[in-house]
Design a protein around this ligand. Structure first.
Ligand code: GLV
Ligand code: MN
Ligand code: MN
Length: 411
């Protein structure tokens, strides 16, 4: 394998990296995201691919004319606040490098092959994750998506427009979806299962059901030095109770629950807050456990709010059902890549992916690359060069197989 992966990787690596934290801040349609998307367009064109932007802001780079039974690979370039280098970019850079690898092997696909970059996968700016793939598949309406606003009140529709795209084109694209015969996403592992199994690459079996809920607690701002405790309506207290209950409920149900984002108004040290807005991220192996966690948090928030003279309102912002990846595709990939060693480790994940959204519409699979730290959504996320190359080689094998690639002269 050549060092094409390293070359591409080093081009993209500085884009959106914060010098102080070392983490990435690539928020959809912002300067770093725009630069990363521009880099992709140039890199794809330099490799002879035809690049299109669909009506939802997702990028598609085609090798061969877009047509039926296409094999598509790719991931995303946006990040969480101070995210790691690999979550998303590994699958985009890896896809371009895998195409280079097919060429070096003298192969040409017999079916159209495309690399895609999905927009707003993390939902870091507009709140709903996998927004580009949800729009593409019709899992979210164009009206709702277009109206999603960032922290400054800028909507997805306006941000797209500012990027030169037409929000009038938002919505499900059945023609584009109908062309896809299979989608395969290469991704960094966001845990340590591959470290424990001693394998550089694994294949996904399922994605846990998960979702995001917003809780708005409203009370009365007041002076921290003069307002008697008994006279306060302090929204911080039911918020704190909800956070602790999320942890207890997750433990009781074998689930995961996180409150990683909170906004306090007016956010003064010497003022009782007037409002606390918090986001609960909950995930579980089954819908029942997930529901149980959310119901417990909701009940704790309401009970404690009533006790403290605070009002609370809860909103579901996004929900992703259990996804089982296509068994035939998964087994084909495991046999192709795992070969003589008897298959690849099979991994279930609690992380959401565009592949999980696409799985409702087309046969879909994921390959994971070992992450020695097991950490993700943080600068410590890692992968060795050798493991990235193993991931690219595995993806190239899979793409060669699925596209029926043959020697160039026979194409
Ligand atoms: C995406 O990375 C998610 O699962 O939050
Ligand atoms: Mn992520
Ligand atoms: Mn990702």
């Amino acid at each position: 394998m050549s060092d094409e992966f390293e070359e591409l990787w080093s081009e993209l690596a500085p884009v959106g990296r914060n010098r102080i934290t070392g983490g990435y801040r690539r928020f959809s349609w912002g300067p770093a995201d725009t630069e990363a998307r521009g880099w992709f367009v140039s890199a794809a064109r330099a490799r002879g691919l035809d690049v299109e932007t669909d009506g939802n802001g997702n990028l598609w780079a085609w090798w061969g004319a877009p047509g039926p039974e296409a094999v598509v690979t790719g991931s995303h370039l946006d990040s969480v606040p101070d995210g790691g280098a690999y979550d998303g970019p590994l699958g985009v850079v890896g896809a371009l490098a895998a195409i280079g690898e097919l060429r070096r092997r003298g192969l040409r696909p017999r079916r159209p092959l495309a690399v895609t970059v999905f927009a707003e996968e993390e939902g870091a700016r507009f709140g709903v994750p996998c927004l580009g793939s949800r729009l593409l598949t019709g899992a979210i309406t164009p009206e709702r998506a277009g109206g999603l606003a960032d922290a400054d009140g800028v909507t997805w529709a306006r941000a797209m427009e500012a990027a030169g795209l037409d929000p009038g084109r938002l919505g499900a694209d059945h023609e584009l979806l109908g062309r896809i015969g299979a989608f395969v996403e290469l991704h960094i592992e966001q845990g340590r299962a591959l470290v424990h199994s001693g394998a550089p690459v694994g294949v996904a079996s399922a994605v846990w059901p998960h979702g995001r809920w917003r809780l708005d607690f409203s009370g009365q701002a007041d002076h921290a030095g003069t307002t008697r405790l008994a006279d306060r309506s302090d929204p911080m207290l039911p918020f704190a109770e909800a956070v602790l209950e999320a942890r207890r409920a997750a433990e009781a149900n074998g689930a995961l629950a996180t409150v990683g984002k909170v906004r306090v108004s007016p956010n003064g040290t010497n003022a009782v807050p007037s409002r606390v807005r918090a986001w609960l991220d909950a995930r579980a192996a089954d819908e029942g456990a997930l529901r149980a966690v959310v119901e417990r948090v909701d009940a704790a928030a309401r009970g404690s709010a009533a006790e403290h003279g605070v009002t609370v309102n809860g909103f579901l912002e996004s929900k992703s059902p259990l996804v089982e990846f296509d068994h035939r595709l998964r087994d084909r990939i495991a046999a192709r890549v795992g070969g003589e060693t008897g298959g690849l480790p099979l991994l279930t994940t609690g992380a959401g992916h565009d592949a999980g959204v696409l799985a409702t519409a087309v046969p879909t699979a994921m390959l994971f690359v070992r992450n020695p730290t097991g950490t993700s959504h943080a600068p410590e996320e890692a992968a060795t060069g050798a493991d990235c190359r193993a991931g690219v080689a595995a993806l190239a094998d899979v793409l060669a197989d699925l596209t029926g690639a043959g020697p160039r002269s026979r194409a």
